[in-house]
Design a protein around this ligand. Structure first.
Ligand SMILES: *[C@@H]1O[C@H](CO)[C@@H](O)[C@H](O)[C@H]1NC(C)=O
Ligand SMILES: *[C@@H]1O[C@H](CO)[C@@H](O)[C@H](O)[C@H]1NC(C)=O
Ligand SMILES: *[C@@H]1O[C@H](CO)[C@@H](O)[C@H](O)[C@H]1NC(C)=O
Ligand SMILES: *[C@@H]1O[C@H](CO)[C@@H](O)[C@H](O)[C@H]1NC(C)=O
Ligand SMILES: *[C@@H]1O[C@H](CO)[C@@H](O)[C@H](O)[C@H]1NC(C)=O
Ligand SMILES: *[C@@H]1O[C@H](CO)[C@@H](O)[C@H](O)[C@H]1NC(C)=O
Length: 389
């Protein structure tokens, strides 16, 4: 029963969070668009999208680079789906930035490796969590961008898992702090000890059983090929249909619902028929953090294997004191995934962080990307703040 509801919850949350990546989405508004491939040190091939400039001042060349990194279950389109008036990518491009959008390993656009096949060499290809994204995907991408743009440092904006990966990098590879002009963390996802949300706690309680089930069925990738299912969701979720209230209900179940921020019109855009898979390990790594007393640390392989891997009974904590790049944490009062108290504790643990709570009552995890008022509430603040660095 729990497994079933877990699976249902995951599938539905994911489908709603999936979005289509359509090059037209960018070019239809007259913005330029480039595709780049970054090869990581451990052989993954990542797709990096670039919007080198906005609609004006096209010939101007000294644009500061900004890297945007998506959350779990998502992809680069997180940052363009709302269109030029609302999505941060366009706003940045029109403000004179050179905008880069990363797709981390394992998602639809980065499901490639120089020697491993994600469908054949499953066990090896999918043996990663956000830890590997932090120590390979981000630093390799940052170096790639800095080389091409001939700059010393860039701006970073991450949402959800896109903040976790940043903290991993900045803590384990401290020299990369010097390559960051400023980091904006949308829904900073790192500590979970104050998160008492019943559905996450249920998953945490059953995580060993779930993990065994995945092992038993040899499942390493979540929902890589779900075209049929997603087409169904898309049909059901079109605005105006009676069934669209079903979608609304599922959205609420997944990440919470804000009556003032949620916009049904955007749902068909958010839901897509191009699925974005991810590794089972990413989820279990997060679930581990709920019950380890408020620490951010690498994957726990269990007592025995921890000795082999870390030479200790538990994984060594990421040293947050190493994260000296200037960081601004944007968090919300009612984010079901990132508890307000955990975000405030994180702000104290990071040596160079300031915090900013979204100044409205009803704002949830995904509203940082799609909320009706995300531009005036958050993006305008970020755009102004970036000019100081
Ligand atoms: C175009 O660039 C110049 C500096 O090169 C700047 O002063 C001006 O504000 C820019 N205009 C727009 C619309 O970005
Ligand atoms: C930097 O970019 C140039 C091409 O623009 C390329 O030839 C060179 O290999 C790159 N260097 C690194 C370290 O990536
Ligand atoms: C964490 O890093 C700080 C500064 O980089 C250092 O002073 C401290 O000793 C480190 N703590 C641990 C437990 O390694
Ligand atoms: C915080 O970041 C600023 C800007 O990069 C830097 O000048 C300052 O030294 C940093 N502070 C700490 C405590 O690392
Ligand atoms: C926030 O949402 C709750 C219901 O979810 C509603 O009762 C309340 O009025 C909302 N607050 C604001 C300021 O809109
Ligand atoms: C919902 O989104 C559509 C399309 O982006 C927009 O036209 C509409 O104004 C939005 N509704 C609200 C309440 O913001």
């Amino acid at each position: 029963m729990h497994l079933l509801s877990f699976a249902l919850l995951m599938i539905l949350t994911i489908s709603i969070m999936w979005m289509q990546l359509k090059t037209q989405l960018l070019s239809k508004y007259g913005y330029p668009f480039e595709n780049h491939i970054v090869q990581t040190k451990d052989g993954y091939l990542l797709t990096l999208h670039r919007m080198p400039h906005g609609r004006q001042n096209i010939s101007y060349s000294g644009r500061p680079a900004v890297l945007l990194v998506h959350g779990l279950l998502s992809q680069s389109t997180d940052f363009v789906n709302g269109g030029p008036e609302k999505s941060i990518s366009y706003l940045l491009a029109d403000r004179g930035y050179d905008v880069w959008l990363l797709n981390c390993r394992g998602n639809t656009h980065s499901r490639r490796h120089i020697s491993l096949d994600p469908d054949v060499d499953k066990e090896k290809f999918w043996d990663f969590s956000w830890h590997e994204m932090g120590i390979y995907d981000l630093p390799n991408t940052i170096d790639y961008i800095l080389n091409i743009t001939n700059q010393d440092a860039l701006f970073y904006i991450g949402h959800s898992q896109g903040t976790t990966t940043f903290f991993v990098m900045a803590s384990l590879l401290p020299k990369y702090n010097g390559k960051i002009r400023h980091m904006s963390a949308l829904a900073p996802t790192a500590l979970f000890s104050n998160n008492m949300d019943i559905k996450y706690r249920t998953l945490v309680n059953y995580r060993n059983e779930l993990q065994l089930a995945f092992l038993f069925f040899n499942i390493h990738e979540f929902l890589g090929h779900m075209d049929l299912y997603l087409n169904l969701v898309k049909k059901f979720c079109l605005k105006g249909m009676v069934t669209s209230c079903l979608c609304e209900a599922l959205y609420v179940l997944g990440v919470g619902y804000s009556p003032t921020e949620f916009n049904m019109t955007l749902l068909p855009v958010m839901v897509s028929n191009s699925p974005s898979g991810f590794s089972v390990k990413q989820v279990f790594h997060y679930l581990q953090l709920f019950s380890n007393g408020g620490l951010l640390r690498p994957y726990d392989h269990g007592f025995l294997f921890n000795w082999i891997k870390y030479w200790a009974p538990t994984p060594p904590n990421y040293n947050l004191s190493n994260i000296v790049a200037p960081v601004t944490l944007h968090y919300a009062m009612k984010d079901q995934l990132v508890d307000r108290k955990d975000a405030e504790i994180l702000a104290i643990l990071l040596p160079n962080a300031s915090k900013r709570m979204v100044p409205v009552e009803n704002f949830t995890h995904l509203d940082f990307l799609w909320g009706n008022h995300v531009k005036p509430l958050i993006y305008d603040y970020i755009l102004n703040e970036m000019e100081k660095y």
